[in-house]
Design a protein around this ligand. Structure first.
Ligand SMILES: Cc1cc2nc3c(=O)[nH]c(=O)nc-3n(C[C@H](O)[C@H](O)[C@H](O)COP(=O)(O)OP(=O)(O)OC[C@H]3O[C@@H](n4cnc5c(N)ncnc54)[C@H](O)[C@@H]3O)c2cc1C
Length: 393
């Protein structure tokens, strides 16, 4: 969506077709937890910040994405419950507490603000006494992602035509790219792939993009009495100290969202039973954190693909003379997808600047071994990660 909008703006005399296999809002960009995160978090570095130059550029990319979204939401009156409530990174296990301590030193290095919330003060913020420590950082925005992407789709420039429910089933390279779908084909002088893990279905970046699914459940709105029983602030977002832990939100309409559990689905489709299994894990995580309202039922449970790479990098730039891509958001699509889509169009329009150069020169997603070793390795990693997360999950 970001790439299509910016292409249309930079090439006002051209026609841009935005092709989506499903309905806008039904894919992961509409069904995520709604954290528009500003801060870099390099899970491979001891202080989670790593190289300061790289961290500063990632921070600049994320902040630029936030500015784009704020402007679009305001200009087009998109009612997506945007709020500037920041995020809490919360820990319960010793390993999680030490992650927070290390990340603090990284944030000091980066010069970014934070507040440490000790266990006794956590219930007044988050309505739960479950956590031992939290690190509050003020720059994250929270929103309702489905309302956001639907609002963005409704406000696309007039030279963008959106084709929903149009899965591309085959494709030919050439001077013009030909994309086949159930009712015919589309010819285009330029193709931008912004479909995250699914880019490998077009034959590019094979075995470099890992479609890792994650799952979430959301309760019905809490009653006044239930809200009073848990207390805390009206809305908040928690990300886990451990990467395999649980993300939680209290939404502006007073629901609790719980996200955890992962599965590797190379074909892009979840296995039967995965939703039911995830829902059981969500239930356990919810009841541990909110025993006072443990009987509140979930209204919805869903899953969606993130695109991860083994070395936590993305792909940005050319794949062929008339094909380019901005893919592999590594779980941070709201900011990363917005800014890389926008900058991809700028790059095609001839812009060169510090952020574009950084993206072009960044390492590409690492190659992985062939099947069956790939699935064995990824599944073993996911299993081990979830086990090590302990109570953080
Ligand atoms: C439960 C959950 C919670 C998450 N929480 C957050 C969060 O809080 N913050 C955050 O930043 N990120 C979060 N993420 C990750 C985020 O959702 C993704 O990074 C983001 O959706 C990536 O956006 P995208 O548009 O690049 O790719 P996607 O949203 O994956 O979109 C790819 C689109 O391409 C379409 N497509 C694929 N193949 C074809 C084809 N052949 N023809 C036509 N169309 C095709 C698909 O239908 C899909 O809609 C979460 C993800 C999940 C699943």
């Amino acid at each position: 969506m970001a790439a299509a909008r910016q292409l249309a703006t930079r090439f006002p005399d051209d026609e841009v077709l935005l092709i989506e296999g499903q309905q806008v809002g039904f894919g992961p960009s509409g069904r995520n937890s709604g954290f528009v995160i500003d801060l870099p978090h390099d899970i491979g570095a001891p202080d989670y910040i790593g190289d300061i130059g790289t961290a500063r550029l990632n921070l600049a990319l994320n902040k630029a994405a936030q500015e784009i979204l704020k402007r679009l939401i305001s200009n087009h009156n998109i009612d997506c419950s945007l709020n500037f409530s920041g995020k809490y990174q919360a820990a319960i296990e010793d390993s999680g507490v030490s992650v927070l301590d290390s990340y603090r030193s990284g944030l000091d290095k980066l010069g970014e603000a934070y507040e440490v919330i000790e266990a006794k003060d956590i219930p007044a913020h988050l309505g739960t006494a479950f956590y031992r420590k939290a690190l509050y950082t003020p720059g994250t925005m929270l929103l309702q992602p489905s309302a956001l992407v639907k609002g963005l789709a409704d406000s696309l420039p007039s030279n963008v035509t959106l084709y929903e429910n149009t899965p591309i089933t085959g494709f030919e390279r050439g001077q013009e790219v030909e994309l086949r779908h159930a009712k015919g084909s589309i010819k285009a002088s330029n193709l931008l792939l912004t479909n995250n893990a699914f880019a490998s279905h077009f034959g590019f970046l094979k075995r470099r993009l890992l479609p890792i699914f994650t799952y979430a459940s959301i309760t019905r709105p809490l009653t006044d009495d239930e809200q009073a029983r848990i207390g805390g602030k009206d809305h908040w977002g928690i990300i886990p100290a451990h990467p395999f832990g649980t993300t939680l939100r209290r939404t502006p309409d007073n629901r609790i969202l719980v996200r955890n559990s992962f599965s590797f689905n190379p074909r892009g489709q979840v296995n039967p039973g995965a939703l039911a299994q995830s829902k059981r894990k969500h239930r356990l995580s919810f009841e541990r954190r909110f025993p006072a309202i443990k009987d509140v039922e979930f209204e919805y449970t869903w899953g969606g693909a993130m695109c991860l790479s083994r070395n936590h990098t993305s792909y940005f730039g050319a794949l062929d003379s008339n094909i380019s891509a901005a893919v592999c958001c590594n779980g941070l699509g709201l900011t990363r997808g917005t800014i890389t889509g926008t900058l991809l169009a700028d790059w095609l329009a001839g812009d060169r600047n510090e952020l574009i150069d950084f993206l072009i020169q960044s390492p590409v997603p690492a190659a992985n071994p062939p099947e069956p070793f790939l699935s064995l390795g990824v599944n073993a990693n996911l299993w081990n990660g979830e086990r090590r997360a302990g109570l953080e999950s």
